[in-house]
Design a protein around this ligand. Structure first.
Ligand code: NDP
Length: 239
């Protein structure tokens, strides 16, 4: 049974990805930071449906804590599927953006990617099979007003995806980015009302977390073995 780690598994998109990977037969490591109760409820639900899951708690911006949480797990079995999904936004027009807003957003998305992915690499390489999927954003492709910090972090993840995919392509490991548009989760609910969504999205609706999970599970599967270094956007025709 393959072990799959989903960072931010306590959140909207992360939870849907956890459910989907568990349904595909993975043992799912549901990562949470503050949302430990939500992650535990999800793990219990997955188990009740015959799946296999456990909860992991750490702050992805804390390099030492992340390593401490991951190393014991890797002693038994490599984690061969990694979904770097943890992310935050903290918007402000650029002249008024505070230092903390800039650093925190980049810390979670970009430094979080580094802190979580690096400990998993050597065990994954030894098995000659791996899938790394970074959840980014359309803001990392086309930019967005008020999100210079967020789009910088997500755009940097696109570049990291491409470079890492080159380093590990010969080892059976694929690295891709999934860039959602507007998806119905707590993160987006406060940012976009229905008229705004209708104006921005040609399909005139927000996406569902399950639709993102479908794409992630395909990229995590054997069927996607020849897809690597790609940024695939799921956005209702927005970009
Ligand atoms: P949620 O706010 O529902 O989930 C965010 C997740 O990130 C939570 O599980 C949270 O953990 C975790 N997280 C935040 N900070 C940290 C931290 N310091 N350490 C560890 N984990 C942390 O958001 P979504 O599900 O909507 O977003 C998931 C991903 O999708 C993000 O990367 C986001 O940028 C991206 N995205 C979302 C879009 C949308 O419209 N919803 C659009 C485009 C991209 P906890 O709650 O346990 O603290």
């Amino acid at each position: 049974m393959k072990h799959a780690l989903v960072t931010g598994g306590s959140g909207g998109i992360g939870a849907a990805v956890c459910r989907r990977l568990a349904a595909e037969g993975c043992h799912v490591l549901i990562h949470a930071h503050r949302g430990v109760d939500a992650a535990q409820a999800l793990a219990d639900d997955i188990s009740a449906q015959g799946g296999s899951a456990q909860v992991l708690v750490f702050d992805v911006t804390d390099r030492a804590a992340t390593a401490d949480a991951l190393h014991p797990l890797l002693e038994n079995q490599p984690i061969q599927i990694l979904v770097n999904n943890a992310g935050i936004h903290d918007d402000a027009v650029f002249p008024g953006m505070r230092d903390a807003q800039w650093h925190r957003v980049i810390d979670v998305s970009l430094h979080g990617f580094f802190n979580v992915t690096q400990p998993l690499m050597m065990p994954m390489i030894r098995t000659r099979w791996g899938r790394i999927i970074n959840i980014t954003s359309v803001a990392g492709i086309v930019g967005n007003r008020g999100q210079v910090n967020y789009s910088a972090a997500k755009g940097a993840l696109h570049s990291a995806t491409k470079s890492l995919s080159l380093e590990v392509a010969s080892r059976g490991i694929t690295v891709n980015a999934v860039a959602p548009g507007i998806i119905t989760t707590p993160m987006s609910q406060h940012s976009f009302d229905a008229p705004t969504i209708a104006q921005l999205v040609p399909m005139k609706r927000a996406g569902r977390p399950e639709e993102v999970a479908d794409l992630v599970s395909f990229l995590a599967s054997e069927r996607a073995a020849y897809i690597s270094g790609q940024v695939i956007s799921i956005n209702g025709g927005m970009v």
